[in-house]
Design a protein around this ligand. Structure first.
Ligand code: AMP
Length: 218
């Protein structure tokens, strides 16, 4: 049966690392709205220019823009057996939009649709954000405090240069948390009421969280 997995949790809760691993585990695409939007910005497109203004302020990019990107991506051939959706939906309006998209792409087919909430105390997360770096080549995520690379500034896996996201500074990070609590956190109850939500304790090592995650999505 086709698997459609979505994930909720505050910024820097470890979703990106875990959902990347999960996509490899199942052999499904990792559809991550943050990365798709950053790719739009890098391409210099009109949509990228609009998205940048919101991302730099820690706000949500307009729903129509993100919705179109997601819909196009989920309709592609490689998503037909299943997908890992990371970073969407992020508001009630987007959750409703996802329902519409799913009706269109799945018609009446049976689908295993589940939401997983990464439950973690947000106090430590701003520190995680400002120390986060990622490989410009393969996307591997590092943290200067908790998971530093063996050679400074270089990826352990492919040797690519490590870079810092422009929105990973303290001021924008704080705005992203405000946006999360106002817009995204209400989705926890929304999916709980639909009986499709599992919560996992997201405080722990990558391996610990991974084992908890597998138990709820397999
Ligand atoms: P992330 O990489 O998931 O931390 O996302 C980085 C930024 O991209 C967010 O702070 C938003 O500005 C924007 N973004 C990512 N996903 C969405 C979404 N589903 N809706 C609107 N904006 C988004």
């Amino acid at each position: 049966m086709k698997k459609e997995l979505i994930f909720l949790g505050p910024p820097a809760c470890g979703k990106g690392t875990q959902t990347n691993k999960l996509a490899q585990y199942f052999g499904f695409p990792h559809v991550d709205t943050g990365s798709l939007l950053r790719a739009e910005i890098a391409s210099g497109s009109e949509n990228g220019k609009i998205a940048k203004q919101f991302i730099d302020k820690g706000q949500l990019v307009p729903v129509k823009l993100v919705g179109d990107i997601i819909k196009n991506r989920l309709m592609q051939e490689d998503c037909q057996q299943g997908f890992i959706l990371d970073g969407f939906p992020r508001s009630m309006e987007q959750a409703e939009m996802l329902e519409e998209i799913r009706k269109e792409i799945d018609k009446d087919n049976q689908v295993d649709f589940r939401a997983t909430y990464f439950d973690i105390d947000t106090d430590v997360l701003v520190l995680r954000i400002v120390n986060r770096r990622s490989c410009s080549e393969c996307g591997e995520i590092y943290n200067l405090k908790f998971k530093s690379p063996k050679i400074e500034g270089k990826c352990d896996i492919c040797g690519g240069d490590l870079t810092q996201r422009k929105d990973d500074n303290e001021e924008t990070a704080k705005a992203r948390f405000e946006t999360y609590f106002r817009e995204t956190a209400p989705l926890i109850d929304y999916y709980k009421n639909k009986n499709v939500l599992s919560s996992i304790n997201a405080d722990g090592s990558i391996e610990e969280v991974w084992n908890r995650l597998l138990k709820v999505v397999e």
